[in-house]
Design a protein around this ligand. Structure first.
Ligand SMILES: Nc1ncnc2c1ncn2[C@@H]1O[C@H](COP(=O)(O)OP(=O)(O)OP(=O)(O)O)[C@@H](O)[C@H]1O
Length: 243
């Protein structure tokens, strides 16, 4: 995404934001409340249209008119509310509206087998795919949302504040899950207020401030103090913008 701009009437949410993400890497998107992070991600996920800027997948320009277009290009977004059905079990949530069928009937056995396989690949400790979502912890729900997103075989997975509502231990488990997603070759975009998340799992990060993005910075090359200084300063240097 290059020089993306977006206004809502008189409010300019994004002036010029650039972001590049590569297979198997995670990029952190940092910024204050109202900085424009969600707007940027909704544009990427096809639920909002940009006003200006260039958007490319594998070097080819694309324009997403809807979330369906974005999904077809291999981009999945997990929203903060996770969009899971509390009253349904884990396996049903994996396939909401796309349940496998056999002879016209729901293939329950296959649903559970595939959900169990998906969870195991994420190192999940959810004991059974028959468990209702409502009895899972926040971290376990997040794992189900990630597992469900992976059933679409995305190339890019956007996660909006995945650890916001979690305690330290659960947040660490979700970060471990994100590592596994990266190891599958999926590119991860992580919106997070928690600097620790970015330090733990991101390869690069950008700061969005007043509708502009910073140049991407390498996370392993910086200390936590360096990064918090960048975030606190809210200063966005444009000189070394994303290639
Ligand atoms: N649909 C909308 N209509 C009008 N203004 C909007 C709309 N969506 C976002 N905005 C405005 O655009 C700006 C950026 O909002 P956005 O939600 O993208 O920020 P954010 O960085 O995700 O914030 P937070 O961390 O609080 O979620 C804000 O000023 C917000 O009020």
């Amino acid at each position: 995404m290059r020089d993306i701009g977006k206004s809502f009437g008189a409010i300019t949410a994004l002036r010029s934001v650039s972001l590049a993400v590569h297979a198997g890497e995670a990029i952190g998107v940092l910024g204050d409340n109202g900085a424009g992070k969600s707007t940027l991600m909704k544009i990427l996920a096809g639920s909002l249209q940009r006003d200006s800027g260039v958007f490319e997948v594998d070097g080819a320009p694309v324009a997403f008119q809807s979330p369906r277009d974005s999904r077809a290009a291999g981009i999945e977004m997990i929203y903060q509310d996770l969009a899971l059905c509390d009253e349904l079990d884990v396996a049903s949530n994996f396939f909401l509206g796309r349940e496998p069928r056999r002879f016209g009937l729901l293939d329950i056995a296959r649903m559970h087998a595939e959900a169990a396989k998906g969870l195991a690949a994420l190192g999940s400790r959810i004991p059974s795919t028959w468990t209702d979502i409502k009895s899972l912890s926040g971290g376990q729900r997040q794992t189900v949302a990630i597992g469900r997103a992976l059933t679409f075989n995305p190339r890019v997975l956007i996660m909006d504040e995945p650890t916001a509502a979690l305690g330290v231990r659960e947040a660490a488990a979700v970060i471990e899950t994100i590592r596994r997603v990266k190891a599958k070759g999926v590119a991860v975009i992580l919106i997070s207020h928690r600097l620790q998340d970015v330090l733990d799992v991101c390869d690069t990060a950008i700061l969005i401030s007043e509708g502009r993005s910073s140049a991407p910075f390498s996370v392993p090359a910086l200390t936590a103090a360096d990064i918090s200084r960048i975030v606190l300063s809210g200063r966005v240097e444009r000189e070394a913008a994303v290639q």
